[in-house]
Design a protein around this ligand. Structure first.
Ligand SMILES: [Zn+2]
Length: 205
């Protein structure tokens, strides 16, 4: 693309670094912003700057939070002894949207993926084991995507947790998840949380 302005070119280049945004879309977005009031563009820019600078991760569950301990971990309405293990914050949002789950979470920050060079030590797995070892836990629910990485991670977590003698369950899998937890519809996901099964049943096949 031949740009008439370096500022325009820089902005288009930054937008086109976003997932799923090509140069044409980036240009359309940038021109759209140019037509907005200064104040509106400032708000837009500031929210991105503050997002990166000010956002925190809950020191207990690692979910994205504005405070050192997130609203779910600090709520006295949640059952702290039931931990639902998920890949990332999108999955927390998906499970919360079902309104069927009242325990707390543990966000791994990804899945084990040898192909991408992501091993157990790159994820918040030790802190999960630590939580189970040091706080009263009645059940760990493994709610990971039905993908190869999800399966690998499930099995690894099971091995790390099985000696604690607590129920380790998994959400019903193989139904219409489309592979990714965040894409499951609320009713299906809600039902699979309620009808979760012992993980060990799913590996003895
Ligand atoms: Zn938390």
């Amino acid at each position: 693309m031949n740009f008439s302005s370096k500022l325009l070119e820089d902005a288009v280049n930054e937008f086109s670094k976003l997932p799923g945004v090509g140069q044409k879309t980036a240009l359309r977005l940038v021109l759209h912003l140019l037509n907005k009031e200064q104040e509106e563009v400032d708000t837009f820019g500031n929210s991105i700057i503050r997002l990166r600078k000010d956002i925190k991760h809950c020191s207990i569950c690692h979910n994205i939070s504005d405070l050192p301990i997130c609203g779910i971990c600090s709520s006295n309405k949640r059952e702290k002894e039931i931990i639902c293990v998920v890949e990332d914050t999108r999955d927390v949002m998906a499970v919360e949207n079902t309104s069927q789950y009242f325990g707390v979470y543990h966000v791994l920050g990804g899945l084990i993926s040898p192909m991408d060079g992501i091993g157990p030590s790159d994820l918040f797995i030790d802190s999960l084991v630590q939580r189970v070892a040091t706080t009263p836990v009645k059940e760990v629910i493994l709610a990971l995507s039905a993908t190869m990485e999800g399966d690998t991670t499930l099995f690894y977590l099971y091995k790390r947790l099985k000696d604690f003698q607590i129920p380790i369950t998994t959400i019903a899998r193989g139904i219409a998840f489309g592979g990714e937890l965040e894409y499951a519809d609320e009713i299906t996901l809600g039902r699979s949380i309620v009808t979760r099964v012992p993980y060990v049943n799913s590996i003895t096949k």
